[in-house]
Design a protein around this ligand. Structure first.
Ligand code: MSK
Length: 634
């Protein structure tokens, strides 16, 4: 057993949380921990997916005595319809994020609030999409690409353009299974249509559509969100940062950015570095301005600017409870409405910025590409002016902080590993050195660890526990979303220390490449990066994606987006391991379709594995990777 003494443990994080909760008690603050108690036990019908409230004849709940709803739908139809609606919610949300990024790209101009930071990537995508690039002004090209991207949402004919990035074999599987996504909005809309009263109740048809709606997210909306964010703000490269609540600084004005869309946070970061704002902060008695982040907005600015990560999903109340947060500025998704009343217990300004995420007890400053600079500056100023309202007796910043190296886009991973192999690199590197490492067994395989926190799982314990187990077994981790932040908070992205705790093979690779054993790939939309990496590996290796010794894992997931992600990861051919059931256990037929050998696995060569015992989940992941190796004869 390795000595993980340097890691920040879950126990230490809990101790910090408890001390913050004590802070909250002094001012009558509510907490998610209390609300979980209030909501327990959860409704058994809801948990198993057997409650239907799609029409107003019900709600209908399926029991032994009442095996069908009033319309006659059986439990399998109800569970499958609920599952598809869950997926559609996630697909719509991720994809709408992508749409907003397309609009931001459309607003770029020379000297404007938003400019093109990665013109090479823009030109690459334009060529991929058959858009003429020669002699074109880069901003004219940006607008044309953005418009073409926006049309992917509603085009009347054809399928998603990015599907062509997948190996031909995968594209054929999608075609045969009739799950190639067409226009993104059409897949979401059709999912709602199929689940309307009196439409589909055949589980197989509903699950097929769930895969299709998921693919419209992962290989459509999310992929555009990721690619165009890179064009706008730069493709991430390895950068050093710090993580955990100790990144907040007692003597500085603390601004916490939270949500998902980097269009806002990029501007806040820019203005926090403005000498005029720093001087203003000093004039109110602060030493400077600290920006830190929560959730995926944090991942976005960490990867591109090294902005520290204060925490993940279940830390969002903690940053306010420190008493040292002048403003928590949010955009969209994963934001607790609780932040409104909580911030009222402190001096914190809770600033909402998007018409998509309006909340009571917040100050709404509408953010758009046209007013981005002006409003970001106003927000930074508002936070600075709020510094004087702190109550010094309420300040309690836990000292937990770890070093982390983040920013491993596909391009960056190829580059660092190509450097190790000293192989002939093309401009962007290749996946061949990585394949060689896996082929020779130096690395046994990889896990794409993604997803949220969920109070049903002791926060971060599953992420950290599973990652440790994988590393000890020479399995490299690529991580995104709140799973990535869990790793960073614990110290698993520290390129100096974390490698010491890997198996010998993985340790050697980390040393040669100068990488941590857990590679930060970004936010939740950036799981599309993982799909591109898997596709490139399969192509370079000459095998199918389902044969690559890689699995997906979301041990603490909670959101609809995560279900959409699960669907597209499985549909891409990657076995996906969940630590929380997606409200599907009420139907053995739906469970068989999602988790059996004769359901989705027959269509796309991968399935879900749901296991709430995290130790067993880890064992199953390792077994899956080893089985894939054995099947390849390596
Ligand atoms: S923020 S979707 S809690 S990963 Fe992307 Fe974290 Fe999950 Fe939100």
């Amino acid at each position: 057993m390795k000595d993980w003494a340097y890691l920040t443990t879950v126990e230490e994080m809990e101790e910090a949380t408890n001390s913050l909760l004590e802070n909250g008690k002094k001012v009558g603050a509510d907490s998610w921990q209390q609300r979980v108690k209030n909501q327990t036990p959860h409704c058994g019908f809801g948990e198993s997916g057997t409650c239907c409230r799609i029409c107003s004849m019900g709600p209908c709940r399926i029991t032994k005595k009442a095996p069908r709803g009033i319309c006659g739908c059986d439990v399998h139809g109800i569970v499958a319809r609920n599952y598809l609606r869950f997926t559609a919610g996630g697909s719509a949300t991720h994809s709408d994020h992508g749409r907003e990024i397309c609009h931001t790209l459309y607003q770029t101009k020379e000297g404007g609030n938003y400019t093109v930071k990665d013109p090479e990537k823009l030109i690459r995508i334009a060529k991929e999409w058959g858009i003429e690039t020669d002699g074109k002004d880069i901003y004219d090209l940006a607008h044309e690409v953005a418009e073409t991207g926006l049309l992917e949402y509603g085009k009347p004919f054809g399928t998603q353009r990015f599907l062509k990035r997948a190996p031909e074999y995968t594209q054929e599987l999608w075609h045969k299974a009739e799950i190639e996504p067409r226009a993104i909005d059409r897949e979401v809309s059709q999912s709602l249509h199929m689940t309307h009263m009196g439409c589909s109740s055949l589980p197989e048809a509903l699950i097929r559509q769930a895969l299709r709606a998921g693919l419209s997210d992962g290989w459509g909306g999310s992929m555009m969100g990721t690619e165009f964010s890179d064009v706008l703000f730069g493709t991430p490269k390895p950068v050093d940062t710090t993580a955990n609540l100790g990144v907040m600084e007692k003597d500085n004005v603390n601004i916490v950015v939270h949500g998902h869309d980097p269009s806002l946070s990029e501007m806040i970061v820019y203005y926090a570095g403005d000498p005029e704002m720093i001087a203003l902060a000093k004039s109110v008695g602060a030493k400077g301005i600290t920006i830190s982040g929560v959730c995926c907005t944090s991942n976005e600015v960490a990867m591109r600017h090294g902005i520290p990560m204060a925490g993940n999903y279940l830390n969002q109340e903690s940053v306010v409870l420190t008493g040292a947060c002048e403003a928590i500025v949010v955009d969209v998704q994963c934001i607790f409405p609780a932040l409104g009343p909580l911030s009222k217990c402190f001096h914190t300004k809770f600033i909402t910025t998007s018409p998509i995420a309006r909340m009571p007890d917040s100050e709404f400053i509408r953010f758009s590409a046209a007013n981005a600079g002006e409003n970001a500056k106003a927000i930074v100023k508002m936070a600075i002016e709020n510094f004087k309202n702190r109550n010094p007796e309420m300040i309690n910043i836990p000292s937990l902080k770890q070093n982390a190296r983040v920013g491993y886009s596909v391009e960056a991973i190829k580059k660092v590993l190509d450097g190790v192999a000293n192989s002939q690199v093309d401009e962007f590197g290749t996946t061949k050195p990585l394949i060689e490492c896996v082929h020779s067994g130096v690395i046994r395989g990889a896990v794409a660890m993604v997803g949220c926190n969920n109070p049903k799982v002791r926060p971060d314990s599953a992420h950290i526990g599973l990652m440790k187990k994988m590393l000890e077994n020479d399995i490299i981790i690529i991580a995104s979303g709140c799973a990535a932040q869990a790793a960073a908070k614990a110290g698993l992205m520290d390129p100096v220390q974390a490698k010491e705790y890997c198996g010998d093979g993985l340790k050697r690779v980390c040393e040669l490449a100068g990488i941590p054993p857990v590679l930060h790939m970004g936010s939740c939309v950036d799981i599309s990066r993982m799909m591109i990496l898997a596709a490139d590996i399969a192509k370079d290796w000459g095998i199918h994606i389902s044969q690559v010794p890689v699995v997906g894992c979301a041990p603490e997931w909670m959101s609809e987006k995560a279900v959409s992600i699960g669907n597209y990861v499985v549909a891409t051919g990657i076995e996906t391991f969940l630590g929380v059931d997606p409200y599907s256990k009420g139907s053995d037929e739906v469970t068989r379709l999602l988790q059996g050998e004769d359901g989705v696995k027959e269509w796309v060569e991968a399935k879900f594995v749901v296991e709430t015992d995290i130790e067993k989940l880890g064992d199953k992941m390792i077994a899956c990777i080893e089985d894939k190796r054995a099947a390849l004869g390596i």
